[in-house]
Unconditional design. Structure first.
Length: 227
């Protein structure tokens, strides 16, 4: 469970708060999508949950010991670096000090990507790369999986496959999922909860309530979404 209490955050002392008095509880097994305009603090909130940043005021208590993180492709991948899928994943297995040498192969097989184990990372499509990044995040057997815009730059067919995988991990493996989303349809279809950030403030609701309150209340322009 993640408990956020009266959280304030600013990158520089004296500057306006990017996040302003955020309080949020994320229970185990939830699928939470974080929505909001660019600059609304979505990535900052996730970095605080990951402990990459520290709150200016307030607190975050995270009981999840094993966390898997899938950043955006542009944040993670040097497509020119000559490393294969298997080499990259096996290096990460060693970093995690996992002794099971068959783990990488089994994880690739589970998502039908074993045929690509000897492919160079830079030659994969956007959808294939995203699947590999999810495998990487799963090597540590996480309780919590955090994804940053998982469908960015990915074709529709691959998006369906990736969200099916994430949904399966959430429902069948009981992994808590937090996803920063720009894909409104995916957020509405897959999430158990929506957290909307606007001007440093957050609002938590179910997808159904989000549609009623935010998408059908003549606020499309304010929230940068369309019905």
């Amino acid at each position: 469970m993640i408990q956020i209490n009266n959280l304030f955050f600013s990158y520089t002392s004296g500057a306006p708060y990017i996040l302003n008095d955020i309080s949020l509880t994320i229970n185990n097994g939830e699928y939470l999508s974080i929505l909001g305009d660019n600059g609304s603090g979505k990535s900052t909130l996730v970095k605080l949950i990951l402990n990459f940043l520290s709150p200016t005021k307030g607190s975050i208590v995270n009981s999840d010991k094993n966390i898997g993180y899938v950043p955006q492709k542009s944040d993670f991948l040097n497509s020119q670096f000559p490393i294969t899928v298997y080499e990259m994943l096996n290096c990460y297995r060693k970093v995690l000090k996992i002794k099971d040498k068959t783990l990488v192969t089994r994880r690739l097989e589970a998502i039908n990507m074993l045929d690509f184990k000897d492919s160079l990372i830079g030659t994969l499509s956007g959808g294939q790369c995203q699947k590999i990044f999810i495998v990487r995040a799963l090597l540590g057997n996480p309780d919590l999986l955090i994804l940053d815009e998982p469908s960015t730059g990915i074709d529709v067919t691959s998006q369906k496959e990736i969200y099916s995988l994430i949904r399966d991990l959430n429902k069948n493996n009981k992994i808590t999922v937090i996803a920063i989303e720009h894909n409104l349809n995916a957020a509405m279809s897959n999430s158990s909860l929506i957290y909307h950030l606007s001007k440093g403030k957050g609002h938590l609701c179910t997808p159904d309530i989000y549609i009623k309150e935010f998408l059908k209340a003549n606020k499309e322009e304010e929230f940068n979404v369309s019905v």
